[in-house]
Ligand binder design. Sequence first.
Ligand SMILES: [Zn+2]
Length: 608
Amino acid sequence: MVQAAEQQTGAENILWDLSVFYSSVDDPALQRDMEALEQMADTFASTYRGRVAQLDAEELVEAMIEQERISDLSGRIGSFAFLNFSTNTTDPQLGALVQKVQEHGSRLQQKLLFFDLEWKAVDDDRAQKLLADPTLSAYRHVLESELRYKPYTLSEIEEQLLVEKSVTGRSAWSRFFTQLTSALRFDYDGQKLNQAQVLNYLYDTNRDIRQKAAVSVTEGLRARIMELTYVFNVLAADKASDDKRRGYPTWISARNLSNKAPDDVVNALIEAVTSNYDIVARHYNLKRVLLGYDELYDYDRYAPLPIEAADREFSWEQAREMVLGAYNAFSPRMSEIASWFFSNQWIHAAVLPNKRGGAFSSQTVPSAHPYIMVNFLGKSRDVTTLAHELGHGIHQWLSSQNQTLMNAYTPLTTAEMASVFGEMLVFTDLIEKEPDPAVRLSMLASKLEDSFATVFRQIAMNRFEDGLHTARRSEGELSPDRISEIWLETQRAMFQGSVNLRDDYGLWWSYIGHFIGSPGYVYAYAFGELLVLALFNLYRKRGAEFVPQYIEVLSSGDNDYPDKILAKAGVDLSDPAFWNEGIAALRALVEQEEQLAREVYPEKFASR
Ligand SMILES: [Zn+2]
């Protein structure tokens, strides 16, 4: 942050203009709109409660439109509060507004909840007849996808009981896990470190430090392994009984349903990734040579590569030109949309003392437009981040313009479709224009490790979860050793001997919150990233004819299941060959990396 004040990038004055929502946090319209919303929700409830089963197609459309009006207005308030807060997180007035808006939103939600429940209770024949009515076409997908849960929904009293008992069941154990892992302290050099601090040492250039940190992590986990194992067992058993009661055929079925990803699509993804683990091994074998080690151990996975490369600096103006240029070469339409973010003050790029870190694009609501937040410091990574967020922005804008509110927000699996794509466009440009091969090597290596973390690691974790849930269902309560065995087996499979995962690493499943808080979730990251890489490879093969199909896909938002939307662009998600297109893109990057490494450090390869 100090650096930013010293080195001017030109992003210092790039602030967004939120006046599309309200003139300021003191704008009296804010309070007026909140009151109006309560009114609208009350009127909606008194009009429709108890009547959903009798509505005809036209009345149902009216009800959907009214819900969208409510969501749009409350989304304007929520977006305004959230965006303001993001750039000044310590201002108590902004914090209080966010809290107030959240409480207001929750009250609205409770008032409107009845509608979905009543819709799911409409008898099947009537529901199907309504869905077939062309009057309802804009809302067919929303209504139809709600109904998918019907076969797995229990009686009202059972559902109420499950919600009530989860407070002292699943949610209680999940919270206990969070508290337990947050309170864990790791002994390191006479200090007591928390998890983030000790894990950070795994990125150190000094191998002794990394090794000591790894020992510390293992010992810290070992001290609490009895409790951690118990939580894993309880929650796996809880999920097994839920799934059985509801009638889900496998441990992952409920997750696939909420991701709108059919089982055969998820299986094709997993098959494509696990059968190409050799790409991971090739990268780590290369890393071993570059580091000059005889063998890589688990604590070397995040070791920085010893590459001496000049750090490039980019001004805001240069970044803008590069990003718009890269989009323009792909699609002038996308570049035009991206340019509005700059010309209309839809971006906040300045680095400020109390602004939140990272970057995001917020879709807000269809009656406004998306906003992008970045912290621009002028590094090449900042340029690709800008491209990434603009990709989200373009996608969200296209979706908001072409869909009604209920169909405008994409699920996680397809949310990165334009962002990672745009990032690839700019990354490819950046690397092609970079004259120094050492800089290119360093860029490639970090890009690959990012992609591996998203694609291969998440699928290896999915294989662990699969092993864990399957074993808990067939073998009963699992010992720490048994879980460690499943962990090592699934993680060693990914590295294929390129990294020696010591038996001590066996306990490292026990602090990963995803397994506890959202079982089955991790594959969605791999889904999103690989989908984009595959589309990117398709673009390289098909060229210009791919562009309008792709824009059509982006414009579809959430108006159908992702596999159906993509089928219109000639993509079959249930075909492993499609996913292999994405793998091929990663393989090409590894090959490029291997070549470059030999060019930059011929001496390291002399005897090989
Ligand atoms: Zn993203």
